[in-house]
Every structure is written in structure tokens, then in C-alpha cells.
Design a protein around this ligand. Structure first.
Ligand code: PBG
Length: 338
């Protein structure tokens, strides 16, 4: 918008278009609908619902509850649910062996959810961290995360998830070359229609803290539950931006259909660059820490949590996201009249 065009119109008053809700709605540049939301949901082995202390308002759901939630998503118009498993400590080991158990929690949850609501998409995280005692996303050899050995295990896990009936595989491990290996394995196993949403630009972030409690993840070696630095050898440095474009380019060239940037709100600049550079469907993950900040400040009465939630979701749309993975999905969709 060149300034010279505006110069002869000194009576331009921007507030005219804000004077009433009807005109604000008319000039609104972006919209938010339940169809923009992917519901982030934690499932557990036990019965019923168990509150997650660090995420007020979020419960871990049993398989039966997850099936009910899938029906609720259908009613609310939420197109897809992303599930994350809380695994009993007793079944964890340093290798994450149970990640590829065909009768494991994720397989059972996917089957129950697809039976309850066949038209709601189910997305599965492809990663070892819920299954390892140390909480890392890969197997450890000589004190390092072994890239290629980890990928072989991820491929086994992903094929099990595909057989259980999931619709989107979402590798979140940040190993190099995993999307290509996954795509090749899916093709040869007859899953040529399987969608891959790659956690392409995933940062080593402190904002994943509450998630570690939610899924009962390991303490990352000698660190604390919230220690983000231990994943810095595979997740991205928060100071980097150009590097995110290289990650996205690689994952698209290896066969990813959908791209994710994670965390969400602190990385909207990355979302915008990715959208402008690649024009691929780009999603942001509003992660556990982002949820916790809004919920906790809301519980104190320091912010209006509903308005803060909607404003943050609007920000994702403004940045160019095709959709948002968020723990707020059912609350937001209800308010949106889904
Ligand atoms: C692990 C994984 C993480 C999240 C999703 N998948 C944590 C991590 O990478 O340490 C974070 C989700 C959240 O914080 O809501 N592969």
C-alpha cells in the first residue's frame, strides 16, 4: 500500500471500520473455526480420566474415554485428534521396546477411536520418548542418540500405528532422514495413502515441560522434568530461523505431506517464513507449556483465559497456519459453536 495513495486523504479514519461488531466482522481478515483444530489428547492404560496437574483442565483419558472423545470431536466439528500415550513405568526400558507393540496402548486407542468415529482423523506421534526410561526420543549408544538405529525402530512403530488404522503419522523425533525411510517403508507395506505430518521445525524448548508430566516421561538423564537442553543434540536451537527452512525443505523432499512448526506462539515468525517459502499445508503445535501459561494465569484471575485462548488461536491463523494442534480444541470448538 504505497503512502502516496493515502496522502491526499487526510480524513482517513481507521476507527470507522471498528465502530460496531457487524463491521468488524465484515472486514475481518482471518477466521477461526473448529475445522482449524487438531485436538491434542493424552491417553493412559487405566480407567476413566486422570487430571494432569501441570495442565489444569486437561485429563489423561482411558481408551474408552478416548473413544467417547472421538465422538465428541465429530459433534464439535473437530477434524482430527492427535494422541500421546502415558505409558506405565514398568513397561519402559532404555530401548523403548514397547513402542512397536501391536497391542499396545496407542494401537488399542486408535482402533477404539476409529470404531467410534470413523470420520474423525487420528494422528499418532512417531517417537520413542514415551517408551524409554530416560525420556529421550532415540536409543542411546556411547552416550549419544544413535540416529539410524533409532529410525529403524521408528519405522517399526509407524507401521504398527498404520496397521491399527491411524490416518496421519507424525514423526516428532528430529532424527535425520526419518521421513524418507518412513515413506519408503509405507510404500512397500501398502500404505501409499498414509499422510505424514512432519515435526519439521521442532525446537529444543522449555515449553514442553508440562507434557513430560502428562505422559509420565523420563527425567532426561540427570536433568529435571523440565530440562529442555538435553534434547539439544537433535532438536533445533531457538536462535535459528534459516535452519528451519532447510529442515522443512528436506522433509518435503523426503515425502512429508504436511509440515509442523513447534512450539507455536513463540515461533510464529518461523510459521510465516515456512508458509511463504513452501506453500505447503503448515501447522503449529500450541504445546503444553503454552497451554499451561494461559490456564494458570487464567486460574489466578490475571488474564481472561477464554479470550487469551481465542487470541492465541487467531494469531496462528494470521501467521498462515492451515491448522493448530492444541489442548484447547474441545473448549475452543464449543465456544465457536461447533
Ligand atoms: C516427543 C514429543 C514432545 C512433544 C510432542 N512429542 C516432547 C519433546 O519433544 O520433548 C511435546 C508436546 C507438548 O509439549 O505439548 N517426541
Amino acid at each position: 500500500m504505497p503512502g502516496s495513495v493515502l496522502a491526499p486523504f487526510p480524513a482517513l479514519r481507521m476507527r470507522r471500520q471498528r465502530q460496531g461488531e457487524w463491521i468488524r466482522r465484515l472486514v475481518r481478515e482471518n477466521t477461526l473455526a473448529p475445522s482449524d483444530l487438531i485436538w491434542a489428547m493424552v491417553v493412559h492404560e487405566g480407567e476413566g480420566r486422570v487430571p494432569v496437574a501441570a495442565m489444569p483442565g486437561v485429563d489423561r483419558l482411558s481408551v474408552a474415554e478416548a473413544a467417547l472423545a472421538a465422538k465428541e470431536a465429530q459433534t464439535l466439528g473437530i477434524p482430527c485428534i492427535a494422541i500421546f500415550p502415558h505409558i506405565d513405568g514398568a513397561t519402559k526400558d532404555p530401548e523403548g521396546s514397547h513402542a512397536a507393540d501391536p497391542d499396545g496402548l496407542i494401537s488399542r486407542a486408535v482402533r477404539a477411536m476409529k470404531a467410534a468415529a470413523p470420520d474423525v482423523g487420528v494422528m499418532c506421534d512417531v517417537a520413542l520418548d514415551p517408551f524409554t526410561t530416560h525420556g529421550h526420543d532415540g536409543v542411546i549408544r556411547d552416550g549419544r542418540i544413535a540416529n539410524d538405529e533409532t529410525i529403524s525402530r521408528l519405522v517399526e512403530q509407524a507401521i504398527v500405528q498404520a496397521r491399527a488404522g491411524c490416518d496421519i503419522l507424525a514423526p516428532s523425533d528430529m532424527m535425520d532422514g526419518r521421513v524418507g525411510k518412513l515413506r519408503a517403508a509405507l510404500e512397500s507395506a501398502g500404505f501409499q495413502d498414509m499422510l505424514i505430518m512432519s515435526y519439521a521445525a521442532k525446537y529444543a524448548s522449555a515449553f514442553y515441560g508440562p507434557y513430560r508430566e502428562a505422559i509420565g516421561s523420563g527425567k532426561l538423564g540427570g536433568g529435571t522434568l523440565a530440562n529442555p537442553l538435553d534434547k539439544a543434540t537433535y532438536q533445533m536451537d531457538p536462535f535459528n530461523s534459516d535452519e528451519a527452512l532447510r529442515e522443512v525443505a528436506l522433509d518435503l523432499s523426503e515425502g512429508a505431506d504436511l509440515i509442523m512448526v513447534k512450539p507455536g506462539l513463540p515461533y510464529l515468525d518461523i510459521v510465516r517464513r515456512v508458509v511463504e517459502t513452501f506453500s505447503a499445508p503448515t501447522f503449529a503445535f500450541q504445546v503444553s507449556g503454552e497451554y499451561a501459561m494461559i490456564a494458570a494465569a487464567g486460574a489466578q484471575g490475571w488474564i481472561d483465559p477464554s479470550r487469551a485462548m481465542m487470541e492465541s488461536l487467531a494469531a496462528f491463523k494470521r501467521a498462515g497456519c492451515a491448522g493448530v494442534i492444541t489442548y484447547f480444541a474441545p473448549v475452543a470448538a464449543t465456544l465457536l459453536g461447533g
